[in-house]
Ligand binder design. Structure first.
Ligand code: NAD
Length: 243
């Protein structure tokens, strides 16, 4: 990519666990980065305080920072008993981000969805992005993430805003405030001698640095490929040709 065409990034949720790793990965390769979040935890990049459900606040940050690519990682944490909050932030908030991006002529939007959008509590093995959303989502968090993802992909416009959604499963690594805290709580409550299932349950975990890297790759590839859903048949053909 030439210096002329380099993007200027706005990491929404950039004070969070994954968002911060994305900021650091962008800084490490010399990119221009700003953060939009309701809280400020770092002071090394321009910060815009605001709530994504307020379209004007997002639009103002886009304008002031000269954003050409948004990476939207903001969400309330999973597991909160507050469906209205999930709807407000994940559904209405993501729609406000899309609207602000469209109005301000942003070229790219990368959305952090979740593998949970296809999970209804029953085992799922060997699925890919063709798997439909379940009729009944497992909980309000996953339902709101699915609705947000749907809105992001529907907004994809080859001549306007290019969009993509990524679906990480569990994320681990430095800066995590959820997974390790939960494990420690189990230990502190003396619950470690209870076993759920037959001890062969599997779950996907990805190192946070790799999830951050995937977001940068997705942003880079958006300008080179048709955004949104991947043509899996074409990908398989490409792989077969190379083999
Ligand atoms: P996190 O809580 O560490 O970070 C989220 C950030 O979003 C926080 O800094 C928070 O202040 C900000 N935020 C929340 N509401 C906001 C609002 N209304 N306006 C602006 N900012 C707001 O969470 P994380 O673990 O880094 O997760 C990042 C993303 O990855 C989320 O979208 C989450 O759904 C998704 N995800 C996380 C995991 C995981 O294991 N952590 C797994 C799958 C998907």
């Amino acid at each position: 990519m030439s210096a002329k065409t380099r993007d200027s990034y706005l990491v929404i949720g950039g004070s969070g666990f994954l968002g911060r790793h994305i900021v650091e990965a962008l800084l490490a390769r010399g990119d221009v980065v700003s953060v939009f979040d309701i809280v400020q935890r770092y002071h090394d990049v321009p910060f815009y305080g605001g709530d994504i459900s307020e379209e004007e606040q997002v639009a103002s940050a886009i304008e002031k920072s000269g954003t050409t690519c948004i990476i939207h990682t903001a969400s309330p944490a999973a597991g909160i008993q507050d469906p209205a909050l999930y709807w407000k932030v994940n559904v209405d908030g993501t729609k406000a981000v899309i609207a602000a991006a469209q109005k301000k002529g942003v070229r790219k939007l990368v959305y952090t969805s979740s593998a949970g959008v296809v999970f209804n509590g029953a085992d799922i093995i060997d699925v890919d992005e063709r798997t439909p959303f379940p009729e009944k989502a497992m909980d309000a968090y996953n339902e709101s993430k699915a609705k947000a993802e749907e809105a992001v992909l529907e907004a994809n416009d080859e001549d306007g805003l290019l969009t993509v959604a990524l679906r990480p499963a569990g994320i681990f690594g430095p800066g995590d405030r959820q997974v390790m805290a939960g494990l420690c709580q189990v230990y502190e409550r003396n619950q470690t001698h209870f076993q759920i299932g037959d001890n062969t349950n599997l779950f996907d975990w990805t190192y946070v640095g790799n999830v951050a890297h995937a977001h940068l790759l997705a942003a880079d590839k958006l300008s080179e490929t048709i955004a949104g859903t991947l043509d899996l048949e074409k990908v398989k053909e490409d792989i077969a040709t190379r083999a």
